[in-house]
Design a protein around this ligand. Sequence first.
Ligand code: HEC
Length: 142
Amino acid sequence: MFQLRKKFTANRLRGVLMFGTVLLISSSYSQNEGQLTVDQIMKAIIAPMTSTIWGAYDIQTDVQWKELENAAITVIAAGNLLDTNEGDAANADWQEYNQQMIAAARSALKAIGKQDEEALFNAGNDQLYPPCEGCHQKYMSQ
Ligand code: HEC
C-alpha cells in the first residue's frame, strides 16, 4: 500500500514536471522558432495566395470558387500573422498597410461569395495591390 502510494506520488510528480517542461518549451517555441519571418509569410503564404486571386479568370466551377475562397481566407490569416510579428508590426504605418490588405481580402471574399468575377477582379486590382506596394516601399530593404 505504502509502496504503491509512493510510486503514485513519484509518477504524479514526474507528470507535473513534464507538464511544466512542455509549457516552458512551447512558450519559448512560440516566441522564437515558432514565429515565421516576414520573408516566409510573404513567400510561402501571401505570394502564392494572391497569385491565385490575381490569376482568377473565367471561373467556372464551384471547386474553382472554393479555391479562391481559401486563398482569400489565407491572405487574411497571413495578415493576422503580420499583425503579431515582432519588429515592424508595432509601427502604425505597418498596421495601416496590413489592415488595408486584410480589408481587400475581405472584399475579395465577399465577391467570391457572390461568385461575382468582376467584383473580384476589382478588389484584386484596386484594393489588394496598393498595400503590397505601399508597405514594400516603406519596409522592404533594397
Ligand atoms: C505590412 C507590410 C507588408 C504588406 C502589406 C505586404 N508585404 Fe510583402 N513584404 C514585406 C516586407 C517587409 C518584405 C521583406 C521581407 C524580408 O526580406 O525580410 C516583403 C517581401 C515580400 C516578397 C519577397 C520579395 C523578395 O524579393 O524577396 C514578396 C513576394 C511579397 N512581399 C509579396 C507581397 C504581396 C503580393 C503583398 C500584397 C498582397 C504583400 N507582399 C504585402 C511587407 C509587406
